[in-house]
Design a protein around this ligand. Structure first.
Ligand code: NAP
Ligand code: MG
Length: 403
């Protein structure tokens, strides 16, 4: 069989530990035999990030801006223990944070649905995608304790020195205070990324906040979403046959989500997205079946699995064991990127191949072959628990059947 030819390379961001092992297996077994793969390779493994003073992370993000599509392996975000373990020059920042900041992007997380893994919410039939605004609010807030008798104020000093003061609280007893911010530009980018992704995946989208209580702060989010939608996206949504965007209160959104069938994008402020994405991941089943894509407002895409480097499995692997690591979310990162590349470059075979590889993963799990963590959740009667390598080989067998 002729391998599928590519035009533009993908940005390939390699990573750490068990997922770095899976990365090579996936390429060897599932991609390279079928695709004449073109990538621009960046090694984001912790050792190489340290050697390059983390420049490689930035370069990979700039390459994504240039080439438009990236696929990323999970990477270690160093903490004190990792600094010792890898003898690092510095406690480097989270690569995902660095890439997100350069692309000014929004992260969309959605579960992979398979028969036999039943969501805790019985009505959910299709994925629910969470879009989290990963800038500002409490994540970059300043806060303080306030002793009894103190007054906490917000002071806004304008360019010309004019001051505006708002009293937060005159404290009778001891208390606490927090000051947080966001920017019109970040909220605007967030809104554009959300609408782009909705168009891209042909799914309805809503944004939820609490503007009835937060009449200036949350209301600004609501207004910006509305302005951007009306002026730039309403027509495109109509043409694509997607339901109109709407805003709703966060508590109403929670109720709607629980009663829904799924199949939509829920855009959340930073904290809501943090909490709700973990809630949805658990309710849908398994972190190892959760995909993630970073979308920039100008339409660049970086695909990855939502889980980390699966450290515990890596230590087993180093001892010579083949651990029961599920590679499906990482495979879906590859298929997401290949499909997008195929769409942009007009290579239909590439997108069809991506669809078939995803189908092969689903067929494999639905036939009862799965890794340990998934088997605990699966309601299928006949299940075979396999190690991570065997899973890949089974997926390859199933792929070859449908190619
Ligand atoms: P993790 O790697 O996601 O693993 C947590 C646990 O979830 C694992 O120990 C394993 O449970 C289970 N798990 C996750 N993915 C799995 C898979 N594909 N197959 C089977 N089981 C899976 O999270 P972590 O242990 O908190 O973090 C490990 C490292 O990853 C850290 O250094 C962190 O900085 C990094 N991280 C990176 C990213 C990213 O690059 N996007 C995201 C999160 C974390 P059992 O051990 O019980 O089997
Ligand atoms: Mg969280």
């Amino acid at each position: 069989m002729d391998r599928i030819k590519m035009k533009t390379p993908l940005v390939e961001m390699d990573g750490d530990e068990m997922t770095r092992v899976l990365w090579q297996w996936i390429k060897d077994e599932l991609i390279l035999p079928f695709v004449d793969l073109k990538t621009e390779y960046y090694d984001l493994g912790l050792k190489h990030r340290d050697e390059t003073d983390d420049e490689v992370t930035k370069e990979s993000a700039y390459a994504t801006k240039r080439l438009g599509v990236a696929v990323k392996c999970a990477t270690i975000t160093p903490n004190a223990q990792r600094v010792t373990e890898y003898n690092l020059k510095k406690m480097w920042k989270s690569p995902n944070g660095t890439i997100r900041a350069i692309l000014d992007g929004t992260v969309f997380r959605s579960p992979i649905i398979v028969n036999g893994i039943t969501p805790y919410v019985k009505t959910w039939k299709k994925p629910i995608t969470i879009a989290r605004h990963a800038y500002g609010d409490i994540y970059s807030a300043v806060e303080s304790r306030c002793p009894a008798g103190s007054r906490a104020e917000i002071v806004i000093t304008e360019k010309d020195g004019a001051e505006k003061r708002i009293t937060i609280k005159d404290f009778d007893g001891d208390g606490i205070v927090m000051g947080m911010h966001n920017t019109d530009s970040s909220i605007t980018s967030f809104a554009r990324s959300c609408f782009n992704y909705a168009l891209d995946t042909k799914q309805p989208i809503w944004f939820a906040a609490k503007d009835t209580i937060s009449k200036t702060y949350d209301h600004r989010f609501k207004d910006i979403f509305r302005e951007i939608y009306d002026s730039e996206y309403a027509e495109k949504f109509k043409e694509a046959g997607i339901d109109e965007y709407f805003y709703t209160l966060i508590d109403d959104a929670v109720a709607r989500v629980i009663r829904s069938e799924g199949g939509f994008i829920w855009a959340c402020k930073n904290y809501d997205g943090d909490v709700m994405s973990d809630m949805l991941a658990t309710a849908f089943g398994d972190l190892a079946m959760m995909t993630s894509v970073l979308v920039s407002p100008d339409g660049n895409y970086e695909y990855e699995a939502a889980h980390g480097t699966v450290t515990a499995h890596y230590y087993k692997y180093l001892k010579g064991e083949i651990p029961s690591t599920n590679s499906i979310a990482t495979i879906f990162a590859w298929t997401g990127a290949l499909r997008k590349r195929g769409e942009i470059d007009g290579i239909k075979e590439l997108s069809v191949f991506a669809d078939k590889l995803e189908k092969a993963c689903i067929n494999t799990v639905e036939s009862g072959i799965m890794t340990r963590s998934l088997s605990i959740l699966s309601t299928l009667e006949n299940k075979t628990i396999v190690d991570g390598k065997t899973l890949l080989l089974k997926i390859r067998e199933n792929l070859e059947k449908i190619l």
